[in-house]
Design a protein around this ligand. Sequence first.
Ligand code: CMX
Length: 132
Amino acid sequence: MIKQIDHIGIAVKDLDQQMKFYSDVLGLKCSGIEEVADQKVTVAMFPIGEVRIELLQPTAQDSPVAKFLEKKGEGIHHIAYLVNDLAGNLKRIEEKQVQLIDSKATVGAGGHKIAFLHPKATFGVLTELCEH
Ligand code: CMX
């Protein structure tokens, strides 16, 4: 089942500006910046203990994160939970009649396998499962 929170995704308009806040003000160290082409975002990771803060900046106007920023503005976008067996967990969740966005894994930051559950089925909190 779920092992721990893997990361918290935060939608940002200006990655450089937000990174300054996390590094200069909060004193966290960025572990890497990468473009996740599949998801149309650039992400910057800030580890804190076993968890990471993931800043997400859209790379295209039709990016899901661009849509989110337009509608809701900057802020917490999703919570990602680390699991051992993503495929098995998706099957188990689907059997409970919970709507999935991805019924099969796609590729997220760090090349990890990820899948999203639908925010309408998770009471407004966009929920991601990921497997390293
Ligand atoms: N949190 C809560 N609700 C959200 C939401 C979010 N992050 N994003 C969208 N919604 C809501 C919308 O407001 C909308 O509600 P209404 O019907 O009341 O208007 C509803 O969910 C559907 O939203 P949508 O954007 O029209 O739905 P789509 O099917 O186009 O998109 C979604 C589905 C939300 C999963 C997708 O847009 C998304 O955000 N995907 C994940 C992108 C992402 O974070 N990628 C980076 C991954 C990197 C990594 O973590 O490794």
